[in-house]
Design a protein around this ligand. Structure first.
Ligand SMILES: [Zn+2]
Length: 393
């Protein structure tokens, strides 16, 4: 059998454990010459009893002198067990014999095994049998060569270095005559390493089934990849939306304290609470059906608690009220705005006096119409009482 150990780059031939063949008479076909892949390197060959140098040189299609040179032989005579170093010729510069009726097809972008089989009116199994080294049905290498049997279907194999037609005959259970006829050989030695041999009627069914499984797996993988990409896009989109929402929330959160601060500044420039410690007991507005409209807010605090000017202004009133405010103070802040402080126990300012915001103007009491110590605080705009809470910070 073949007795070489390949060290260089070599051509692999699919090993197919295939059943015996249907013989079909060879049809006349065309011979097409194509470039085969470059083969470089060498083979180590152990000399068998009966081998001659010229025989080996013929089998490997190299010059006998090249074997002698690369193996360091002094003479062409061989002895069994001797190891020869056989240089492989670069087949790209020579030509490969194609079986009759077999065309070489160069794979174009977009081709699949199915589309090529359809184009040449072949079954997929027929195409795979002619190309048993196919690795995939869908992913074909653009520019690579596929063999198209146009006359007779069968398995197409490439002879390996040292392999003979007799070896193929034994391996595939075909008669040498059947192989010779299908390949239009006058002698089995007409073909050598690198040549393609058509084995009529042989189908690469195992390879075909394996390729179908690979195809299924590849399609699933592509589908999986599509789903993964779609999911990835969806996640990214969601993350972007979330980020945007977070950014907007951040901006809102940032602007709110700013807004509050801005309001506080405006309020500080305007009004302040007239006391520092108190309880609001009555709010502005209508208290009940039979009671009067409450024109200010009541701030309860112990008698004598200091009362401060809510805003800078001029004291217009500081004295006793006949309308129920008791001892009270009115400040004019300008712009039609006034504040009133009622029910004081003592007044600390005089009419006409200018007061600063926060300046002491009197003390909490319960004078006038009052049921307990508290400050009645009013804000008036153009003479109309307004809700003080709208002016206070
Ligand atoms: Zn009141």
């Amino acid at each position: 059998m073949v007795i070489g150990e390949l060290l260089g780059s070599v051509l692999a031939t699919g090993v197919l454990g295939l059943p015996g063949a249907l013989f079909q008479p060879g049809l006349p076909g065309t011979k097409i010459t194509v470039d085969a892949p470059a083969r470089k390197g060498w083979v180590l060959y152990t000399v068998q009893p009966g081998d001659t140098l010229s025989q080996i040189a013929h089998r490997y299609r190299v010059d006998a002198r090249a074997i002698m040179y690369s193996s360091g032989l002094e003479s062409p005579s061989l002895r069994p067990g001797q190891v020869l170093r056989i240089p492989l010729v670069d087949q790209a510069s020579s030509s490969v014999r194609l079986p009759p009726g077999v065309q070489a097809y160069t794979v174009r972008p977009g081709d699949t095994a199915q589309s090529i089989a359809r184009r040449f009116d072949l079954t997929l199994l027929g195409l795979v049998s002619a190309n048993p080294e196919l690795k995939s049905l869908d992913r074909l290498e653009v520019g690579s060569t596929l063999y198209i049997p146009t006359a007779e279907p069968g398995l197409i194999v490439r002879l390996r270095p040292g392999e003979t037609v007799q070896d193929l005959s034994r391996r595939y259970g075909l008669s040498i005559t059947a192989i010779a006829r299908a390949n239009q050989l006058s002698s089995p030695t007409e073909v050598g390493p690198g040549d393609l041999v058509l084995l009529p009627g042989i189908q690469a069914r195992t390879t075909y089934e394996r390729l179908l499984r690979i195809q299924e797996a590849e399609r699933k993988a592509r589908e999986e990849e599509r789903r993964r990409l779609a999911e990835e896009r969806r996640r990214q989109e969601e993350a972007r939306r979330r980020q945007l929402a977070e950014r907007q929330a951040q901006l809102r959160a940032q602007s709110q304290p700013q807004l509050r601060r801005a309001n506080a500044v405006v309020a500080a420039a305007g009004y302040r609470w007239p006391m520092t410690n108190f309880t609001i007991t009555t709010y502005f507005g209508r208290r009940g059906v039979f009671q009067r409209f409450h024109t200010g807010i009541d701030l309860a605090a112990p008698v004598g608690t200091p009362i401060y000017a809510a805003r800078a202004g001029v004291v217009t009133v500081a004295g006793w009220s006949r309308s129920g405010y008791g001892l009270h103070v009115v400040l004019d802040h300008g712009g039609g705005q006034e504040t009133l402080y009622g029910h004081m126990s003592r007044i600390a300012v005089r009419p006409g006096q200018r007061v600063e915001r926060g300046e002491l103007i009197g003390y909490v009491g319960s004078t006038g119409w009052s049921t307990g110590p508290h400050l009645h605080f009013e804000v008036r705009v153009d003479g109309v009482a307004r809700n003080p809470l709208a002016f206070l910070p």
